[in-house]
Ligand binder design. Structure first.
Ligand SMILES: Cc1ncc(COP(=O)(O)O)c(C=O)c1O
Length: 403
């Protein structure tokens, strides 16, 4: 079968729900991926933030191989040595007071679990979420997600969700009521355009939650695990939530959702009220434990912070030469470049020149590269973006406007 036949299979035999790029990736190593014709790309997507440690990190591969020969599946109703070691590790590295861990299989499930835990522990029904938020596409997570193009086709969603402007704690204060179970927020909005909060914002949400007996949920599915230059993004503002959601990168590329919560929250759940057949499967736990070990032994968040600064400088210097870039923003290796126009051509231009980048809304190019990316690869990515930007400037603006 040639590559167009293979791509055709995916197109015709799967629902058309992914905006597919005309590119088939067949292998990866570190910050690089290759297509079926052995063409190499610098991967500034990390598969939407998943491969933060780099593709096929040897420590993760070894952990998977070893565990695959011992025990692949083990339901949560049995004890398991690897799972036990993993939850110990997660609690050890989690913020103080977050000492209970529920394991699932995706970011959306980590969020579902958090919403259920909040409702169960408070006995209250309502959830306050933010405009611009993204929490996943299962029905509960989707109810918390903002974008109406994801929500409307599936309404009615779960009742009791309200959205308020991100970054405005006063609005939260106005809508919080005796029925509010939780406030859910991404410390930095990812899909919503790499948006950072005002400095006091998360602390103010903490205060509101403390005053009104409301659970504060941080969705760090995208920002967690070293991505922003700290192990958890919450460390930038020193605010500890009641429930923390993790996903994407935590298991070195295997599917894993983690919900870490305070013991007084999860102690309200009774046997059978929540579970997952695959959640905490030994092979995934082994990959996740190896990933956390690597993260803490090598303090990879510090590397992300340094590389991120280098990347951001490169992007800012590009901005200073371009009339179509509005803003460069982000923290660590979570970066966004906001354009004055739609960025589809820029993403395609980068791909055609060997660099894979993401969008975050219609006019933000998002970079989520792995922490093993080299400064030279970053420079190359900036250069390729520069070429794509230049081409776009010429295409969009009258020549007098370019200079
Ligand atoms: C902040 C955030 N929460 C939740 C999710 C959903 O994760 P998943 O796609 O693994 O269900 C995402 C995915 O992009 C995310 O960025």
């Amino acid at each position: 079968m040639n590559s167009s036949e293979i791509m055709g299979n995916e197109q015709t035999l799967m629902p058309n729900v992914y905006a597919k790029r005309p590119l088939m990736l067949v292998r990866g190593k570190g910050a690089l991926v290759w297509d079926a014709n052995d063409r190499q790309y610098i991967d500034c997507t990390s598969s939407y933030g998943v491969s933060f440690l780099g593709h096929c990190h040897p420590a993760v591969v070894e952990a998977i191989e070893k565990q695959a020969e011992r025990l692949i599946a083990c339901h949560g109703s049995f004890h398991n040595d690897v799972r036990s070691a993993l939850v110990r590790k997660i609690v050890d590295v989690s913020p103080k007071g977050l000492d209970r861990v529920f394991l699932s299989n995706s970011g959306a499930e980590a969020v579902e679990s958090a919403l259920k835990f909040a409702r169960r522990s408070t006995g209250k029904p309502e959830i306050i979420a933010m405009m611009g938020s993204f929490h996943g596409k299962t029905m509960g997570a989707l109810s918390a997600t903002w974008d109406k193009k994801y929500r409307e086709p599936f309404e009615p969603l779960i009742p009791g969700f309200r959205h308020v402007p991100y970054g405005n704690s006063e609005k939260v204060r106005q809508v919080v009521s005796e029925k509010t179970a939780a406030i859910i927020v991404e410390p930095i909005q990812g899909e919503g355009g790499v948006r950072l909060p005002p400095t006091q914002y998360l602390g103010e949400l903490r205060e509101i939650c403390d005053d009104r007996n409301v659970c504060l949920i941080f969705d760090e599915v995208q920002t967690g695990f070293g991505r922003t230059g700290k192990l958890f993004a919450l460390e930038h503002w020193n605010v500890i939530p009641d429930i923390l959601c993790l996903g994407k990168a935590v298991a070195g590329g295997l599917p894993m959702g983690i919900t870490v919560a305070k013991s007084e929250i999860v102690s309200t759940l009774k046997v059978g009220e929540h579970s997952s057949t695959f959640g905490g499967a030994p092979v995934v736990c082994a990959a996740c434990k190896a990933s956390f070990d690597l993260m803490t032994q090598e303090r990879l968040w510090e590397k992300a912070a340094k590389l991120g600064e280098h990347f951001q400088q490169g992007l800012k210097s590009l901005q200073s030469k371009s009339v179509i870039i509005r803003e460069v923003r982000g923290l660590g290796l979570m970066l966004g470049v906001e354009f004055k126009f739609d960025i589809l051509n820029i993403i395609t231009g980068c791909m055609n020149t060997g660099v894979l980048v993401l969008d975050a809304g219609r006019n933000v190019v998002r970079f989520l590269p792995p922490v093993v990316i080299s400064p030279e690869q970053i420079d190359q990515a900036v250069k390729v973006l520069g070429t794509a930007v230049g081409t776009e400037e010429h295409a969009r603006l009258p020549s007098a406007a370019i200079g």
